[in-house]
Design a protein. Structure first.
Length: 468
């Protein structure tokens, strides 16, 4: 329980009367010829007002304290989705009700904007520190046998189980002098999944535009890795090898064969969850960015008719074998939603060994990690092992700070030294990528914010080229 602002205003008024009385007595003492003790013992108008003020104030506080009895009839219920995307605002509804046993049959519902007389309540919620909210606290009025709905938005910055155990209400007294705190148990548990909802439309649009410009989607091409799709009339630009002479002879017009990208291929994402993936650019770690991009490209690959799998290494090792169907995304989400990057180095050689043992059918293996020049020996060994069965694509994350330093202005010697060291580091990364490319690996350097688009574009390029 606490005093409200009104109580403090009244208390300050009481103190002001006391101060005024003291100053008045001091002035009288300077003007009077009587002894001080006799002068001080006399009552004044201000002292009488001060005493009456105190009695009334205490009485009002007692009345207000009594008015706060019986608050156990207030109930709180929370409605929140069982699944939430990380780093995305979602709606939460709190329903506050007060039931009078004699009036249960007359229950009604009103919104938080209703201004009927009732209890004045400030509504808060006990969400974890990893969350941010919009729309709290809110002030409502609640009458007997009524329900008030309060809606706010919450955003979790961490994946895993989001547990909200209690709600908090501050109920104002009848006269508004006191406010009583109520903590009401209303536990809810939601699963916070990797989020590709926020970038889904953007990336799909970007990849769609790019494939349209490059002719990837329904591209008329005959060659390795492309399957026959349909027959159609000849179009300008079709090669002679595309012409179906038998159909042309039968229909007496030139008919071409149209080919589509090969389907039923396997895509396996090998995602690092070691300590380097704990690096944050913005609100999300590199591991979260990697999961978001992986799920987005998995969605695209499933739409293309391919089977998609996932292996996480470096921390907790989890493996989802490649399969098709819309349930694949749900399976992947349930496997990784509670994973956090470990505080230890990753063992990519061991991950490659385990993947080769568990799945030998030729696949596109997409490694998502933060590889540096000092990792060249381990990475080269792992890639050689994977290349025995698979085509390897390395998407190598780099920190945003590197680009900021490389493109920033130089003001002093310290900036120049930092720029020189950064450029040396980036050149080493570039040499590593070049050596991987010469060995038959597709290597891409990417900022976390561009990872989804870069991975999607590389996937389409590989499908178009027929290399898989």
């Amino acid at each position: 329980m606490k005093f409200t602002r009104l109580s403090f205003y009244l208390l300050f008024g009481w103190l002001a009367v006391a101060l005024g009385d003291a100053l008045y007595r001091l002035w009288q003492f300077t003007q009077a010829t009587e002894r001080f003790d006799l002068q001080a013992s006399k009552d004044t108008l201000l002292s009488n007002i001060w005493m009456l003020y105190a009695i009334i104030f205490i009485a009002l506080l007692l009345v207000d304290r009594i008015s706060l009895n019986g608050l156990k009839r207030i109930k709180l219920q929370r409605k929140i989705s069982k699944t939430l995307p990380v780093d995305s605002f979602c709606e939460v509804e709190l329903i506050i009700s007060q039931q009078n046993d004699e009036l249960k049959s007359r229950q009604k519902v009103k919104s938080s904007s209703n201004t009927d007389k009732g209890l004045n309540i400030e509504v808060l919620d006990h969400y974890p520190e990893s969350c941010v909210s919009k729309g709290l606290p809110q002030n409502i009025q609640l009458g007997d046998n009524q329900q008030v709905s309060v809606k706010y938005k919450i955003k979790s910055m961490e994946r895993g189980d989001l547990k909200i155990s209690k709600g908090e209400l501050w109920v104002s007294s009848l006269l508004g002098l006191l406010s009583k705190r109520l903590e009401i148990e209303c536990e809810t548990v939601s699963k916070v999944y990797p989020n590709f909802r926020s970038i889904h439309n953007y990336v799909l649009l970007a990849t769609e535009q790019r494939t349209r410009q490059l002719g990837i989607r329904q591209r008329q091409k005959r060659g390795q890795g492309l399957d026959f799709h349909q027959l159609r009339e000849y179009r300008m630009g079709d090669s002679l090898r595309q012409i179906d002479w038998r159909s042309t002879s039968r229909l007496r017009k030139i008919i071409s064969k149209e080919y589509q990208q090969e389907r039923d291929q396997n895509i396996i994402f090998l995602v690092d969850s070691g300590r380097r993936m704990r690096t944050k650019d913005g609100d999300l770690s590199h591991f979260d960015q990697a999961l978001n991009a992986t799920l987005l490209v998995s969605h695209i690959a499933l739409k293309q008719g391919d089977a998609v799998g996932l292996k996480v290494f470096g921390g907790a090792n989890r493996f989802v074998p490649p399969k098709k169907g819309p349930s694949t995304i749900s399976t992947m989400l349930n496997q990784v939603y509670d994973l956090q990057p470990a505080n230890k180095a990753s063992d990519i050689i061991r991950a490659a060994e385990e993947l080769n043992r568990s799945f030998k059918k030729r696949s596109l293996v997409v490694i998502v990690s933060n590889i540096r020049a000092e990792d060249k020996t381990e990475l080269t060994t792992a890639v050689k092992m994977l290349k025995k069965h698979h085509l390897v694509l390395l998407t190598n994350l780099k920190e945003q700070a590197l680009d900021d330093c490389a493109n920033g202005e130089l003001f002093d010697m310290k900036d120049a030294l930092r720029f020189s060291q950064t450029m040396g580091y980036l050149q080493q990364r570039e040499k590593l990528h070049q050596s991987l490319t010469h060995s038959g690996v597709i290597a891409v350097d990417s900022l976390p914010k561009h990872l989804a688009i870069n991975m999607a574009n590389q996937y389409f390029d590989i499908k178009r080229s027929g290399r898989l």
